[in-house]
Design a protein around this ligand. Sequence first.
Ligand code: DC
Length: 241
Amino acid sequence: MARQNSLIITIDGPAGAGKSTVARRLAQKLRFHYLDTGALYRALTLKVLKKLKKNDLRTAELNNQWLIRLLNRTRLRFKNKNNQTRLMMDGRDVTQAIRQPVVTDNVYRLAETPRFRQAMARLQRRLGQAGPLVAEGRDLGTVVFPKADIKFYLDASLSERTRRRHKESRKDRNRVSRKKLAAEIKRRDRRDRTRKTAPLKMDKNALYIDTTRLAIDQVVTKLFDIIRIVSWLKFIPEKRK
Ligand code: DC
């Protein structure tokens, strides 16, 4: 595993807990890099769907080696444009395309493929070497950056997560009913928590934050304050504590 020489903050948790917005805002506030690992899984899923000309990967044979070779030949990078984080894949902006329902429905197939996950973790560590980092996903504190300086686990009730996703779906063109969204989130939770490799779980050193009754700004402020206190404690010499 590569040596970690700058500050790393990880944020894990289930879909709709507020991870992406919070991690992005926190990274801006701290002037850290931001790594959205779900976006990487989504981008590769988009590429596989296109390559295989399929809408449903359940019926496709996914070969580990083929997937890893495809990943190794894919250029992925995040870029900042007008205060927004865009994901570029092979020179194309795929920020919108990776949010399509067909990608959301199929991403679990790649996410549950063990050796592909290991290759993804290596890529994430490489991308994380650029400097101080806020990284978010499902296994950042447990598997990808087990030595992260500060680990958070964000959570919220199912009904609140559904409400948030419903609001988002009204903003973009992927409008879905609340009932359908709740069922989809439940299904994704089950898949994330029960997969054999790197399932979603809270790291023993992570701080649990329930965001159900908090606005995004309040969550960002809360995490920011914790980071300030923890980093201050970390950097004072042992004998002065
Ligand atoms: O956070 P998201 O909804 O964009 O993530 C998309 C999918 O990728 C999600 O269903 C689970 C998977 N994922 C994962 O398995 N591990 C990660 N570190 C991040 C996402």
